[in-house]
Design a protein. Sequence first.
Length: 358
Amino acid sequence: MAHTIDMVMDFQYGSTGKGLIAGYLAKRGDYDTSVCSFAVNAGHTYIDKSRGIHLMTQQIPTGALSSPTVRQVLIGPGSLIHAPTLLDEIKKYGHLLKDKRILIHPNAAVIEEYHMEQEIEWGMAKIGSTVHGVGAAAIERIKRNPVNPNIAGIRWVGTELEQYVATPEQYRLALNRAENILIEGAQGFSLSMYHGQYPYTTSRDVTPWQIAADCGLPFRWASYIKVIGSMRCFPIRVNNRTGSSGPCYPDQEEISFDDLGVEPEFTTVTKLKRRIFTFSQQQAMEAAFHCGGYWDTRVFLNFANYTDGVVELMEIIDKVEAFSEINGNPPDVAWIGFGPDDGDVDTMEEYNNESAGA
């Protein structure tokens, strides 16, 4: 069976609007399956005032909640799940999950309260960690304790979540029967432990290869994947706490929200004030090199309302779409975001028509 697969991922440091563009696409597409491998160190927001929807998730993909056509929600083996958070989301958004089957891979890691305490003890806040236990839970899974393995298939026996845990065979069959798939990645390429500014990174890679593996996709499906990279006109990082959350790229500088004349932003999960930077073409090129798909890589360029007008916005678009030695097939900006709502997203064609008529 042929599969069509759209993969939404972040091309910067996170908080670019992945949840928004995933929800936007899910509302308009004919996806039957929504897949993710989230952890609780990132939040995903989708707002659609026209339908009375305002949601923030950490474990369930926003596309699953926005879509009128999705019938199964798969949570992959690379996920790191905090049971109370997942249960809360299933109950809170139950009306949007009606008639949608949730399947959790049995090898997904489980985040316990003691994992969060461990990260605080280890001083992980010094490098900008959210200290939500994700890294500690991943480490415990890697240790492969045969007595009490840190996976959902073992830890959740006899719990309320057991009903959602699939066998590996059930998960594979559900994936293979999917025809139109929307995958949502978490965090951002520049936070990748392999390609980001180590050690100021997250605890895993953030590229399509890793996202696909974490969602349980077979390698032979790689050519089906069309990547949609989410970017901001002015990228952000989580704020410094007891140390530094990390540097920026050589061709960008840290600025303030006051410089842009906008209100400060705060992180979805930790509620810390964000740091904000000018646009980096180097960051865009590296993301496109490592994350661009086989063809038709598209970009959602968000927070265009932070620019000072058409000229600055077009300069940023030119940087995204520029050819380079490592980018012979650069992405195209396909959507532009001007606010937090589904209605604030324009296709590039819509934007060009509006600009021409202005």
